[in-house]
Design a protein around this ligand. Structure first.
Ligand SMILES: Nc1ncnc2c1ncn2[C@@H]1O[C@H](COP(=O)(O)OP(=O)(O)OP(=O)(O)O)[C@@H](O)[C@H]1O
Length: 898
């Protein structure tokens, strides 16, 4: 169904469309919240490294559709309250949830002709064609996709496989359209991360601190030094575009109409925003360096700008539109309330579990449709100059003819007029020649590119080669390095004739040697360099087989393509980036999937963790490499947290990836979350780039310089803090019978390692703390109901503390929570001792034992947490001191050493 509400807005209002996607079969990418992990070609492994079939459908399975559409209005129902529904009306509403089928070519089309399903074509006809037409007329045009992660933004904007989205369709049409106009399409692409602009076409040479956003009166905000490449075909744009995490693609159209002697220049901005929910969710994690906040700044500010503009549209007084508050809104200034024709597509998940998000997207969209833009056809200053010169010449000619009629053809004035005319003509011609030269240069560039492609094809038919494998599948295979006959060094250096030059973290000047002799290719690592073949590190000459996987340095990944005779018709696509990383993980003993009894069911949370693990592995390798080169003395290691731990009811805790950070010399340890690590890594790259720039400028000897950063800005550093080492369960059931309990508990680390043995007791006692005897034991716990219960928790001793054994200048504390006491309790810190006496006793009392407390005692454990202290960090203290803190249910008397 494609519904249009005719003539609802004046033509310069932002056009808003909503689209609701089908239920999803797989939602694994929700678990790793980066745009980069869209549509992951995931690989499931069992311990023997055989590929397993994908896990059963999850994602939206079991969800209910809460969205309905009638013509251009859309209604969403609150899944918790059947009476509560909200309706919205937009310029277009696309039903892509049901009523579709997949045709032979893999296209999703309506089940029957004229069916309600909106396919990619119909969306393009409504939205894409208009955007293109506007741009061809010389207006700036913006296409903006907004919506929750996984709601279908990329599907609508870019598309998947044969189901091409708006951007590729727009490009097809653009290059098709252009025939009778002088070509001039220029492409740039950027990402905004942490309020820094990253040029995605100049990945190899990232500018520390990002590119600068400047403002000019004529141009508005623009990115200084952003790479722009000329394009002349849709596939070329597609190849450039299908990159990870792009946020803003700018297609610059420069058209010359030679007959009319006019040129038009316009921009098409294509904006694929990060999941809208990230505005809220990722702000929850505070980091000292505040990256989280900056990531969200763009989206939050976009929301504020849209709100303010919507207020302006309904006549409210708005003092200021906060465009300047974020990079994204600066760059979208003309798209929102400025000189642009703008279309926004708001994408929705149909599922009940996404209700809050979908409602918030609809609210956003509703505000956006009120925004009014003031689009004008763009004339560049040169354009205006040509026009002005022509107009002036027309005036001069008129004046001349008038003088002629008056019989004054050869006086000083006519001479001056003629001179001016010639001068203007020359200027016009010069401007036009310059413009044509510019286009000629672009044409020359394209010719060169085609010549390169032909040459490359010829080489592929003759020699073995290595093919780059990128995290983004579209960028894989872009680099082909041919191994011609003889011996070839591979590495950073490109000064010798027989050299294959590569760049990357951890790549040495001379990294390894390829030998292509007698139709065999071998690879020999050179001293100190990292080379991994099929997941295993090699140090000796190794013969390569067709489709071997190579990792050079920290993370330069290549697929080896053998001689043409070996190639056959094999499908190389399975050897994607994830395959490489999974193979590495397998070599480290990280597998996934239980192959037991033919079952391929994998715990979904483990699947997510495994997926995170292989995604983070190369980043950790890079962080380690940077740390080493910057002399930071810090090591990063991936760990699966809570692999072996459970909660107070014995249920497994959610497993997640953490990054253990160790300052090796100082033996200090931190535990970082995935988000924190990813943010920090970005800052580490900055520090690293700075260092590289400094090194090449000052020619500093390797290893002598560290990036000079004040400590509080150093991404490799953090203040020391207590670290949760592990936990043990002390089950409380005996208290319900007033039976004393003495236990030797194994404190397990989060991955299942034994961190210590903890001796603890539960002692039922009188109100004055005297231990009760056998006579007080209860047969039936319900006898406690309504009566007073006193008991003491005694932490006696810790034995065999691994934490202290590793470094003597450390200490430990035990922390725990009980029933409904809001704050945790901590034993006093003990230092420097592998078997410290804790001798810590806390008295608890319930004045009227409730059924709830009784249930708690019978079914729960107190989780005793072992906290590691390091030199320089402050002890953990029990925050509540008074008896009232336990809300009258369970009182305690402050912990004391007996
Ligand atoms: N209209 C549609 N028809 C068929 N499938 C769709 C449609 N919209 C989305 N999908 C499918 O839903 C899944 C999620 O969509 P998509 O990747 O486009 O989400 P997204 O909003 O771009 O997510 P993210 O914010 O993570 O980038 C994909 O598998 C996609 O193929």
């Amino acid at each position: 169904m494609r519904a249009k509400a005719a003539g609802m807005h004046s033509k310069d209002c932002v056009k808003v469309a909503v689209r609701v996607r089908p239920f999803n079969k797989d939602s694994h990418f929700f678990l790793f919240p980066f745009k980069s992990y869209l549509n992951p070609p995931i690989v499931w492994f069992c311990p023997s490294l055989t590929l397993l079939p994908p896990p059963p459908e999850r994602g939206d399975a079991g969800s209910r559709c809460i969205v309905s559409m009638v013509t251009s209005s859309i209604t969403i129902q609150d899944p918790r309250e059947s009476q509560s529904r909200r309706s919205f009306c937009f310029d277009y509403a696309y039903w892509s949830h049901s009523g579709f089928t997949r045709d032979r070519g893999g296209l999703y089309v309506p089940e029957e002709p004229g069916g309600r399903y909106s396919d990619q074509d119909s969306v393009f006809q409504d939205l894409g064609e208009g955007v293109l037409e506007n741009a061809l007329q010389g207006y700036n045009a913006t296409l903006l996709a907004y919506g929750q992660t996984g709601s279908g933004k990329s599907y609508s904007m870019v598309g998947y496989g044969p189901n091409k989205g708006l951007v590729p369709k727009l490009c097809d049409r653009l290059f098709h359209h252009r025939e009778n106009r002088t070509p001039g399409v220029f492409f740039s692409m950027l990402e905004i991360y942490n309020e820094q602009v990253v040029d995605l076409l100049s990945r190899g040479s990232r500018t520390p601190g990002g590119l600068r956003v400047r403002e000019e009166q004529q141009r508005g905000f623009y990115v200084e030094g952003l790479r722009t490449v000329p394009c002349d075909s849709a596939p070329q744009v597609e190849q450039l575009m299908d990159s990870r995490s792009h946020m803003l693609i700018i297609l610059q159209l420069k058209q010359i109409f030679s007959k009319e002697s006019i040129t038009k220049q316009s921009n098409i901005n294509l904006v694929d925003l990060a999941g809208s929910e990230r505005q809220r969710s990722s702000g929850s994690e505070a980091d000292r360096l505040k990256e989280g906040t900056a990531i969200n700044l763009s989206l939050t500010t976009l929301g504020n700008v849209i709100s303010s503009l919507a207020d302006v549209a309904v006549g409210k007084k708005v003092v200021h539109i906060p465009y300047r508050d974020s990079v994204l809104t600066k760059l979208l200034q003309s798209a929102l309330g400025g000189n642009s024709r703008t279309v926004m597509i708001a994408t929705l998940s149909p599922a009940d579990i996404c209700y809050e998000e979908s409602l918030s997207t609809l609210r956003y969209a509703e505000r956006a449709k009120r925004i009014q833009n003031r689009a004008v056809v763009n004339e560049s200053p040169t354009e205006r100059l040509v026009k002005e010169l022509k107009a002036e010449n027309a005036r001069l000619l008129q004046r001349l003819s008038r003088l002629g009629q008056e019989g004054r053809r050869a006086n000083d004035e006519t001479k001056e007029l003629r001179q001016l005319l010639t001068h203007n003509e020359l200027q016009i011609r010069a401007i036009q020649t310059l413009w044509e030269q510019h286009l000629q240069e672009a044409l020359k560039d394209w010719e060169q590119q085609y010549a390169n492609i032909t040459q490359e094809r010829r080489m592929m038919q003759m020699h073995p080669y290595i093919l780059n494998i990128n995290e983004d599948t579209q960028l894989s295979g872009v680099v082909k390095l041919f191994i011609q006959e003889g011996e070839w060094d591979i590495g950073l250096c490109d000064s010798t004739p027989r050299y294959i030059s590569i760049k990357g973290l951890g790549i040495q000047e001379r990294h390894a040697v390829f030998r292509n002799e007698q139709r065999r290719v071998t690879l020999t690592p050179l001293a100190g360099s990292k080379v991994i073949v099929n997941g295993n590190s090699i140090s000796q000459t190794t013969e390569l087989q067709h489709l071997d996987r190579l990792i050079l340095g920290s993370n330069c990944t290549y697929l080896f393509i053998g001689f043409p005779s070996e190639r056959g018709g094999d499908d190389w696509s399975r050897y994607d980036y994830d395959y490489f990383q999974s193979e590495l993980a397998a070599a480290e003993g990280i597998h996934l999937g239980e192959s037991s009894a033919g079952s391929s069911q994998t715990d979904p949370s483990l699947l997510a963790v495994f997926y995170d693990f292989i995604k983070l592995m190369p980043m950790v390798a890079e962080a380690n490499q940077m740390s080493q080169e910057l002399n930071k003395d810090v090591e990063f290691k991936l760990e699966i947290k809570n692999l072996a731990l459970s909660d107070s009811k014995g249920h497994d805790l959610k497993k997640e990836i953490v990054i253990i950070v160790t300052a090796v010399g100082r033996k200090q340890v931190w535990m970082w979350s995935k988000t924190k690590f990813v943010n920090r890594k970005f800052l580490m790259e900055d520090a690293y780039q700075l260092h590289q720039a400094e090194k090449s400028r000052d020619n500093i000897a390797e290893g002598l310089s560290t990036a000079v950063l004040p400590r509080d800005k150093d991404p490799f550093w953090d203040p020391v803090e207590p670290l949760l080492l592990g936990s043990a369960h002390l089950w409380l059931q005996s208290l319900a019978f007033r039976i004393p309990l003495e236990e030797q508990l194994e404190v397990l680390g989060s991955e299942g390692t034994e961190e210590a043995i903890l001796q603890a007791q539960l002692v039922p006692c009188t109100s004055t703390g005297l231990a009760q005897g056998e006579d007080d034991i209860l047969i039936d716990p319900s006898e406690l109901l309504g009566r007073r219960l006193d008991f003491q928790l005694v932490l006696e001793q810790c034995c065999g503390l691994r934490w202290i054994r590793e470094a003597r200048d450390r200490g430990v504390q035990i922390g725990f929570r009980l029933f409904d006491c809001s704050h945790p309790f901590y034993s006093p810190a003990v230092w420097h001792n592998v078997n410290p006496l804790l001798d810590h006793r806390v008295h608890f009392a319930s004045l009227h034992t409730s059924q709830r407390l009784l249930d708690y005692l019978q079914s729960s454990a107190v989780v005793l947490e072992l906290w590691g202290l390091q030199e320089g960090c402050t002890d953990l203290v029990s925050s509540g001191g008074s008896e009232d803190d336990c809300r009258g249910h369970l009182h305690h008397r402050g912990g004391r050493s007996s």
